[in-house]
Design a protein around this ligand. Structure first.
Ligand code: NOJ
Length: 523
């Protein structure tokens, strides 16, 4: 959502917590502590991604990912002209990372494998032993201290040689992704029991293939973005079925996918057109991925199919820009996930529109016909796209639970949720964000019966925030990127999260912003 222009909003996030403090005991709270608690078997964890933290971009035989190659060629792409060459240097400092995870008290760590670190060319004819050993050691060290790694195969760092062939827009990628996954399952399946195939396919295809907000910056709007969607979905299904056939019986693990969704509110809830627009948005951005996998019938949602077909026809294309699945592919995709991995950050307001000046034609934006705006009364503590509206999280969880009946049988696991800022240690806004968003998870579990079984905070430490470089920080730990040793320091939010994990409740009084900060924030 980098296209949104920055809007300064006065209302501070800390004010949200004031509400809880002031009421003392209202429904759901007693003396600032949530009455509800997280179930004993609820999974708490913390998430990272390889490219964002590892560095070691060419260490020990690693190949280049498309982000390495692109950022070396286009240093102007990030506002601080930065790249992932060193990042938080987790390639060398992973033992410190493990101490930090342990210190949070969580028992799960969601991380990703860098595809080109173990397969430098992207293909399985050349396996990089040093890269293989890096992850092997990391997994074993995590397990030694009782932290279970959950591993994502693709968190956006496509090997450059495969990107040069079109990346996810090339149908052949389905085979290459399967080969890579098989290597990973063979190497690590004895210790890794939860895998996610792909992280946030929507953000990846929309921003990287449809726009230039992310690498590969293809700007293939309306065409490449749907090819990416299509072949990413098929790649996911192929890997899920391959695991089922070749590994599940003896490795006994589970495989899922992580989808992302902003919650979508009608701009004017009394206007039926806006109510429809909010539904359309979710269909075009979330359901386009979720429906083929998690619905009973499978395939793309009929709304999406009709919309893109009609627009393609009107625009003079002789075929739909959204490819079709065969009957076999629909079957293979349907039910191809053992859990619903969900990343959620924020909410937008929707209304209908035929054209906006920033829309490209053709494009998913134009096909959707939904104008996306921010609610300027909601706090905006960090990046321009992230307004804070905790209630949207509960609504989204309910949307998934209600629309995807399969979710009754499989759990929802929140694989990411968090907030960005400038990286200050005294991150009261982040404490409030986590308190308020986690409270919505409690309500979804206890009042709405949503089958949410886990939550991973984004992210362990400050890292390379894609096209924002190191300007925006999401970490529970601060990393000093000016220091070659990349020292890490816990922020207040680390302490706060540890307390939630330990007590299984949310104590809104645990971290109290100093009075002067509250007052000045209230102005
Ligand atoms: C979701 C992505 O998975 C992650 O890589 C990114 O840093 C966060 N959103 C915050 O923007």
């Amino acid at each position: 959502m980098r296209s949104l222009s920055r809007v300064a909003v006065g209302a501070p996030l800390v004010a949200l917590s004031l509400l809880h403090l002031a009421f003392g005991s209202i429904d759901g709270f007693k003396d600032g502590v949530s009455n509800y608690s997280f179930p004993d078997d609820f999974i708490f964890g913390v998430s990272t991604a390889a490219f964002q933290i590892e560095g070691g971009w060419n260490a020990d035989g690693k190949g280049e990912s498309m982000w390495d190659t692109y950022l070396h060629k286009h240093p102007e792409y990030t506002p601080d002209r930065s790249n992932g060459d060193v990042a938080a240097d987790s390639y060398h400092k992973y033992m410190e990372d493990i101490d930090m995870i342990k210190n949070l008290g969580v028992n799960y760590y969601r991380m990703s494998i860098s595809w080109p670190r173990i397969l430098p060319n992207g293909t399985d004819n050349n396996i990089n032993h040093a890269g293989v050993m890096y992850y092997r050691t990391l997994f074993e060290e995590l397990l030694r201290v009782n932290i279970t790694p959950i591993v994502t195969l693709f968190h956006w760092d496509m090997p450059t040689p495969l990107m040069d062939l079109g990346g996810w827009s090339n149908p052949k990628i389905v085979d290459y992704f399967e080969d890579y996954a098989r290597v990973a399952f063979n190497l690590y399946g004895d210790v890794i029991k939860t895998w996610t195939t792909i992280n946030e396919p929507h953000q990846h295809c929309y921003n990287g293939y449809g726009h230039a907000f992310f690498v590969p910056a293809l700007l293939s709007h309306g065409v490449g973005e749907y090819l990416c969607t299509h072949y990413i979905l098929l790649s996911h299904a192929r890997v899920y079925r391959m695991y089922e056939k070749e590994f599940r019986a003896y490795q006994k693990g589970r495989v899922g996918i992580t989808l992302d969704a902003f919650w979508s509110e009608p701009k004017n809830p009394d206007k039926p057109e806006d109510v429809d627009a909010a539904k359309w948005y979710l269909q075009m951005h979330l359901d386009i991925y979720a429906h083929p996998i998690f619905s009973d019938v499978g395939d793309y949602p009929s709304f999406v199919r009709e919309r893109v077909n009609n627009m393609s026809l009107q625009q003079g294309f002789s075929r739909s820009r959204l490819p079709y699945f065969s009957a076999e592919e629909i079957d293979s995709l349907r039910g191809s996930s053992d859990f619903f991995g969900l990343n959620h950050y924020t909410t937008f307001l929707m209304s209908q529109s035929n054209m906006e000046k920033e829309w490209l034609v053709p494009s998913l934006d134009h096909d959707a016909g939904v104008k996306v705006e921010q609610n300027l009364t909601w706090p905006l503590p960090g990046p321009e796209w992230l307004t804070v509206y905790p209630a949207g999280f509960r609504k989204l969880l309910n949307y998934i639970q209600t629309n995807y009946r399969i979710v009754k049988k499989i759990p929802i696991i929140v694989t990411e949720n968090g907030m960005g800022d400038k990286g200050q240690i005294e991150d009261y806004e982040r404490c409030s964000y986590f308190n308020d968003y986690l409270y919505q998870v409690l309500l979804a579990i206890h009042q709405d019966n949503c089958n949410v079984q886990g939550y991973f905070a984004w992210t362990l430490m400050d890292d390379f925030e894609w096209s924002d470089g190191y300007v925006t920080k999401f970490g529970l730990y601060q990393v000093d990127f000016e220091d070659p040793n990349r020292p890490r320091t816990p922020k207040l939010s680390a302490k706060n999260y540890r307390n939630i994990v330990r007590t299984r409740r949310i104590d809104f009084n645990y971290i109290k912003p100093p009075l002067n900060r509250l007052q000045s924030n209230r102005l």
